[in-house]
Design a binder for this molecule. Structure first.
Ligand SMILES: NC(=O)c1ccc[n+]([C@@H]2O[C@H](COP(=O)([O-])OP(=O)(O)OC[C@H]3O[C@@H](n4cnc5c(N)ncnc54)[C@H](O)[C@@H]3O)[C@@H](O)[C@H]2O)c1
Ligand SMILES: O=C(O)C(=O)C[C@@H](O)[C@H](O)[C@H](O)COP(=O)(O)O
Ligand SMILES: [Zn+2]
Length: 364
């Protein structure tokens, strides 16, 4: 059975289709979008080895003319240099305005392919085929695309909505367990910012860190409810002029920690987990959130096998300085997304550096 969730943006609406085995229906799913014939499929060598040929066979069966290109894996390659390589292949293969880039991979491949598609010929089609849990529940949806600058996360990018997101949960069977856990951080995020019921379901679930059993009802529940939360928010505020900032919960400190550790020590989701612990503690400090609720959140993060502490050798002053590069900074003031109760958050610029320092020292 296919679940379909709509992202409702004027003139750019699209479907997120979730169904086991849907990788083999990719061509059919794209055929109804009236795209040009040429497709450039972007992936990385590992993911391509598992799923590339199946995706290409389905696209060719539907009449598409397909070229593929693999980028090296990992956040360290989420750079303008990689984008240049995609442009070179697009040029070589004469991709046209009606052509489509297909991102087959995790959030790194999705963000980069989306950005290349946003900028090649000033914007061509992109279809997202997320293969990590994190990409399924978050990065493939909503059109944030881009790359890192040597000094900060995602500092270069564009909003460019996909024409479709095709999720085949069966591909999670090959996802390494640490990557699965990293994806759970963004799932917990939706529980804290938007969907209290999702949060309590996660609390009630055993073996959250071992949930790669794709046939389980829970994994389908997690993917659908997370996609729905993201679709709800993005449909209300495509370009983060207001509400969408809540999707950045845990990312203010998370991004700083991720980039200061050179994208080697922590996965994005792990850094977000630590960032949520920090944000929860700040909210308690400010009297916005109950201590009992932050303890519930932190227990869930731990139960998912995620770290909850700032790495021991990381300089706290460097983290505080790095916060200035956050994209939510407004008139020079750092803005935080802070919980007020499970399922609700607010955005505030009333967090002093002293409070941040105190909390970071507490959780290091
Ligand atoms: N655009 C957005 O809205 C948004 C949202 C959240 C995160 N992100 C970005 O997403 C990135 C993190 O994404 P990620 O966690 O998917 O990391 P990732 O893309 O690096 O993928 C994680 C690892 O898992 C491997 N992998 C992926 N799917 C696999 C599968 N099915 N089988 C085997 N191996 C598989 C990849 O090769 C990679 O080594 C970060 O760059 C983050 O900034 C973007
Ligand atoms: O979609 C969004 O909006 C998000 O903030 C989702 C985040 O999980 C994601 O990591 C995003 O890329 C962060 O955005 P940024 O604008 O802080 O780079
Ligand atoms: Zn994120």
């Amino acid at each position: 059975m296919t679940s379909v969730i709509k992202v409702d943006i004027p003139e750019k609406s699209y479907d997120i289709a979730i169904a086991p085995g849907s990788l083999d229906q990719l061509g059919e799913q794209m055929a109804s979008l009236q795209l040009g014939q040429k497709v450039l499929l972007v992936s990385n060598p590992m993911i391509f080895k598992y799923y590339g040929e199946r995706a290409i066979a389905s696209l060719k069966n539907a009449g598409f003319e397909v070229t593929s290109y693999n980028l090296p894996p990992g956040e360290r390659y989420k750079t303008l240099n990689s984008i240049q390589k995609i442009y070179d292949i697009a040029l070589e293969n004469r991709l046209e305005r009606s052509s489509t880039m297909v991102a087959l991979g995790g959030g790194v491949i999705g963000d980069m392919t989306g950005f290349a598609a946003a900028t090649w010929l000033r914007g061509i089609n992109v279809v997202q085929i997320p293969t990590s849990l994190l990409a399924m529940v978050d990065s493939a949806i909503g059109g944030k695309t881009g790359v890192n600058h040597p000094h900060g996360k995602n500092l270069i990018g564009a909003f460019h909505q996909p024409r479709k997101v095709v999720i085949d949960p069966e591909v999670l069977k090959t996802l390494p367990v640490r990557e699965f856990r990293a994806g759970m951080a963004e799932v917990i995020k939706y529980g804290v910012i938007w969907n209290a019921e999702l949060f309590t379901q996660l609390e009630a679930s055993k073996h959250l860190d071992q949930l790669r059993y794709v046939k389980s009802d829970l994994i389908n529940y997690i993917i659908t409810h997370s996609c729905q939360a993201k679709a709800d928010v993005v449909s209300k505020d495509e370009k983060e002029s207001g509400l969408r900032a809540i999707l950045n919960y845990g990312h203010t400190i998370g991004h700083a920690v991720e980039s200061l550790t050179g994208y080697r020590l922590l996965k994005h989701g792990e850094a977000v987990g630590i960032g949520m612990v920090a944000a929860g503690e700040i909210a308690v400090e400010l009297g916005l959130w109950q201590k009992a609720d932050t303890e519930r959140q932190n227990a869930l993060i731990k139960k998912s096998g995620l770290p909850t502490q700032i790495p021991a050798d990381l300089d706290i002053e460097a983290i505080i300085d790095a916060l200035q590069l956050d994209k939510k900074v407004k008139s020079g003031k750092v803005r935080f997304v802070l919980p007020t109760q499970i399922g609700e958050v607010k955005v505030t610029d009333e967090v002093t550096s002293d409070t941040v320092r105190q909390v970071l020292q507490k959780i290091q």
